[in-house]
Write a protein that binds this ligand. Sequence first.
Ligand code: AMP
Length: 582
Amino acid sequence: MLFSEITAKFMEMEKTTKRLELTDILASLFKDAGDDLKNITYLIQGKLAPDYENTEFGISDKIIIKALSNISSLSEEEINKILYKNGDLGTTAYEIGSKIRQRPLFKENLTVKYVYDNLTLLARSSGHESTKTKINIYKNLLMDSSPDDIKYITRIITGKLRLGVANSTILDSLVLAFSDKDYSDAIETAYNFHPDIGYIALLLKNNDIERIKNTGPDPLIPFKVMLAERLKSIKDINEKMNHNSAYEYKYDGLRTELHKKGDVIKIFSRGLEETTMNFPDIQKNFKDSYKFDSIIIDGESVPYNPDTGELYPFQMVSQRRGRKYGITEISKEIPIVMFIFDILYLNGKSLVNLPYPERRKILEDNFNDNDYFKLATRIVSDDENIINKFFEESIENGCEGIVAKNTSDESVYRAGARGWLWIKFKRDYEKELADSMDLVVIGAFNGHGRRTGAYGALLMASYNDENDTFESFTKLGTGFTDELLFSLPEMFSDKIVMKKPARVNTKIVPDVWIYPEIVMEINGAEITVSPAHKCAYNLIEKDSGLALRFPRLVKIRNDKKPEDATTTKEIVELFKMQKKTK
Ligand code: AMP
């Protein structure tokens, strides 16, 4: 396929924010993709491989500006001026590309494969000469491609393609192109166990529905973890579970997937990032403690004191994230224990379709607690007094609360899904608003007075996972330290976009639009009906949505993607729960 065909589709996509139209355009692109299908599924996400392979281009805007200056007769300062006018490096590259006179006629037949291969070379080049190599590859690409092509290639390299399509839209487009809606659930499940759109695309193109149905957990490939719903009382949980449940401590640490295949042990976060580098101790301790050929376990890692058994706050673990140096020293200072609460795979066999009690039994048969790995503490009971005592004990032992786990025959491991098979219960649920929420920044308002130069408030949205949109829900202006507040313009600088991003649904127009990428944890006093906001619009009341009153920042959640934010559906549930207790 020619790259210009992708460019044409990208241009079409930019003209719409309607999900159905985007799906149609992508489906027609996929149908025409031929052997390039897999690579195209990555390119439209601005990537070269599935997320968990961590393929980064490793090239900054500054280097692109240098390359553009190099290739044109313009100074870096002049390029910066054009960039300032456009607000986008892609358009800037387009302008430079159009201006270069002496360049040989660009390749009319620039193929997707050629671009993909060159981008791969660019991403792979490392070492002290790598900047030079990257600049050269980029310059050659610019010479070879039309101005429109280089616009999108530049956006891909700088991580700003932003076509407004989430993975769920890409999956829908693949279904539209090659399959049948009847298989949508099976396809989503396959993707949740094997979150590689390229892999799923090929199975669909080959009409390999059997393999789609059989796609389960695979050691060393991260899966999307199972999530919990929430309820406000043990009584409600018991009723919802039909009195068929066990209760486990809810540990307050970092969700941890541990995979082993042969001699290789890898650790992944709930965001599917590989974090083995941050936890060399867990890797080593597992290797020293157990002899499985292959295994996948799910649990929570918590810093603790092995002498007293005391658990420490989550922040002590998060210090390790992203650290490259001194990990060994830190792991000595702050030992980690992984509390294992599920097993998905053992010695060549998937266990996800077994009911939870059987999976737990397998854990008990195969693991003896030691200083580094312990099974989650639990009880099996439906006696409210006993469960309440267990809950109090969990808090005394440094946990956040408890998680009820369904014990019926249907209690499979459901990757990527929040469902009533797991229900969490925390202390603050009994108080005013049940639990904090994770909301997505979609816009910002300029600050005045003391906040001049910073933002005065942020426009925050919930995630509507049914139509893949971000719906405005509240204006957040409190809970920030001055330091954080004044660091926001810098933090948002490469996320500011000129017009309302696709997928954003709001009536309120902020001073600046922020591309939905940043998630913040927010507390609030009350959810109210509001005509100003688009969250759950027309669902509770005609011409009105829901809004959060008195929101307050708890913390920035770098570990969450926008699609992991609190969903509109959950907010509706919270709203109903709140009304019930009034
Ligand atoms: P939340 O982050 O509030 O939605 O709560 C769900 C999180 O609790 C999961 O993603 C896990 O990281 C954590 N967790 C701690 N202990 C358990 C447990 N025993 N079972 C399931 N999840 C747990």
